[in-house]
Design a binder for this molecule. Structure first.
Ligand code: F6R
Length: 612
């Protein structure tokens, strides 16, 4: 949510900052801005995308080798030019960008107004930069100390970057709740909300920790201190990001590229973990905690959005094969509910970005109450990955499209491996059956590859639904979360209203919606409650609903009833979500493209939701 970029060094800052914003645009894209210093402080900002900012600054003075830039996802104040970041202090000598929410901004604002401050925007960010200015003047301290004191006065979450025309050789950054990474180059420093803008300049990075301030000088060493004034030693890590993973690579959209990457991302998420020859699953990241997991009386899975759907698949997996009761929780509900948490509880946090504020807050709360926290994250070094006791990374690679695709299937892959590992530890699965499941799991990337070949078929019939206004998605058992995920994908990127339901629930309400206008996507794969789903399909047909069915290859029953049908390869029931999700990703994608929607940057959304 909101992208932050900063640069200090010998080069022109503007091209580096703009490129950085383009890389971070998936985090928010309602407005963008940049501040640069050479002899004076120049600030340009505009409503709209980074491209609109580029257009806006054409012909303007862009000189300067220190600067900050921001792409916004509005929290306080509507998206417009005035509310866009950076924001000036009253005397226009400081410029600040911010990701997060200052919760007590309104009382601080009133106080500052009494002291003569005038505000141009409705943002909490402008309040913060005025506060820093006010502290600096009234306490007669230097800029770093003013930032430190001001940050002790605010309640909320922030990642900030600040420049001052009076300190043109200094970039200041700080974080609490929202991520920041500092890239260390040869005589230059870079700053960003995540590592994607840094990778083409340096592999050496320092992840800022909670409540840390980075003092980044033009010449000299990076210094870090906490807002409580404790000095910290910067811990330099090496990035393992590949630049090509951040490019579209010939595809029209990142989402499409990421759909096609799934055979690889699933394989990468299994690599070195699943060993057919030895008949084992090894998950190095949880090795010290797996006994505890196996003995757990229950597992709580916390997540949001698509990751919450992966958690639902996880519930089926763990209950089905590891025989451990699972509760699946929305981070946002769990954290505010005074839940009962015991010391022998295992909490699994699932998050692509590893920065989702509600999931992070939920695990902090559960950790405080003594639970063991296991992470399933995609972004290496992310906040959730760092705050869990242990975890297993999904090796999906960077996911840039705002609508999650390959991260979901990678999460399901890792949860399948975990459930298998715990099941084998508990000894409640026969060796031969275990081996059979491992052998089948290893074939999944190939079967995903085969499923991807359905793209043209789906493109063909998706045309008919370009102007549909509603969709229903139905599935049972393992396919219920798939239905939810299919509906979420469609609404996110095509803005068509869609709902996912357990198929049998249809008769308890949603059936009233069915008429000849209503497309109903039914995941009706063999095994599980196939016969029951077949009856549900009959019920839809009887009411003239238009049926799009996802079935197992060779199915003849559904064919008699469905208007459109896609056949996915046969697999074990527990692995069906890894295949059945893919046609639904394509369906959402093709409909969105035909509706001229911005597939990679859907309206109002942002990739990394770092605010509540
Ligand atoms: C949906 C989507 C969101 C995220 C949700 C959680 O396509 O991308 O629903 O799944 O915001 O994000 P992470 O997984 O980063 O915690």
């Amino acid at each position: 949510m909101c992208g932050i970029v900063g640069y200090i060094g010998p080069k022109d800052a503007y091209p580096i900052l703009i490129k950085g914003l383009q890389r971070l645009e998936y985090r928010g894209y309602d407005s963008a801005g940049v501040a640069l210093i050479d002899s004076d402080l120049k600030l340009y900002k505009n409503y709209g995308k980074v491209a609109d900012l580029e257009e806006y600054v054409k012909g303007k003075d862009l000189a300067g080798n220190i600067g900050i830039a921001h792409t916004r996802w509005a929290t306080h104040g509507e998206p417009n030019q005035v509310n866009a970041h950076p924001h000036f202090s009253q005397d226009k000598r400081l410029a600040l960008i911010h990701n997060g929410i200052i919760e007590n901004y309104s009382s601080l604002r009133e106080e500052l107004i009494k002291r003569g401050h005038k505000f141009e925007s409705e943002t909490d960010t402008e309040v913060l930069v005025h506060l820093i200015e006010d502290v600096k003047k009234n306490e007669n301290v230097d800029l770093v100390e003013a930032v430190r004191i001001a940050l002790n006065m605010v309640i909320g979450a922030y990642a900030i970057a600040l420049v001052s025309v009076d300190n043109p050789d200094l970039l200041i950054a700080a974080r609490k709740g929202s991520p920041l990474v500092i890239g260390i180059g040869e005589g230059e420093f870079f700053l960003a909300s995540d590592a994607t803008p840094l990778v083409e300049y340096t592999k050496n990075v320092v992840y800022l920790d909670e409540e840390e301030i980075a003092i980044i000088p033009r010449n000299g060493n990076l210094e870090i201190k906490t807002i409580k004034n404790k000095k910290k030693t910067p811990y330099v890590e090496t990035l393992e990001l590949n630049l090509s993973a951040l490019e579209k690579g010939g595809y029209d959209h990142f989402m499409l590229k990421e759909i096609y990457e799934q055979p690889t991302s699933i394989k990468d998420s299994m690599r070195g973990r699943l060993d057919i020859d030895k008949g084992t699953v090894k998950l190095g990241g949880i090795i010290d905690y797996e006994e505890k997991m196996a003995k757990a009386k229950r597992i709580i899975m916390v997540a949001c959005g698509t990751s919450w759907h992966a958690a639902l698949v996880g519930e089926y997996l763990f209950e089905d094969i590891a025989r451990i009761p699972v509760e699946v929780e929305y981070g946002s509900e769990f954290r505010y509910r005074n839940p009962i948490i015991n010391e022998d509880d295992i909490v699994i946090a699932i998050s692509q970005s590893g920065e989702t504020a509600d999931t992070l807050a939920a695990i902090r709360m559960a950790k405080e109450k003594g639970a063991t926290i296991i992470g399933v994250c995609n972004v290496v070094g992310s906040s959730i990955a760092r705050e869990t006791h242990a975890g297993v990374y999904t090796h999906a690679g960077p996911e840039i499209g705002v609508a999650s695709t390959k991260a979901f299937t990678a999460q399901v892959t890792v949860l399948s491996l975990m459930a298998l590992r715990i099941a084998s530890l508990k000894g409640n699965i026969k060796k031969s059956r275990f081996r059979q499941l491992l052998i089948e799991m290893e074939t999944i990337p190939e079967k995903v590859e085969e499923t991807l070949k359905l793209a043209d078929e789906i493109l063909d019939f998706s045309k008919i639904f370009t102007y549909s206004r509603n969709f229903l998605y139905l599935g049972r058992g393992y396919n219920f979360p798939v239905a939810l995920e299919g509906a979420l994908k469609l609404k996110e990127i095509s803005y068509i209203h869609a709902e996912g339901y357990p198929a049998a629930e249809m008769k308890h309400g949603p059936i009233a919606l069915i008429d000849k206008e209503m497309p109903v996507v039914v995941i009706a794969t063999k095994k599980g409650a196939y016969e029951k789903v077949l009856s549900n399909i009959e019920e839809i047909k009887a009411r003239k609903g238009r049926i799009i069915a996802v079935v197992t290859k060779g199915d003849t029953e559904v064919k008699k009833l469905a208007d459109f049908m896609v056949e996915i390869p046969e697999t074990e029931e527990m692995f069906v979500p890894l295949l059945a999700t893919i046609p639904l990703q394509f369906l959402a994608y093709h409909i969105a493209v035909r509706r001229d929607c911005e597939v990679d940057m859907p309206r109002n959304l942002a990739k990394s939701v770092t605010v509540e």
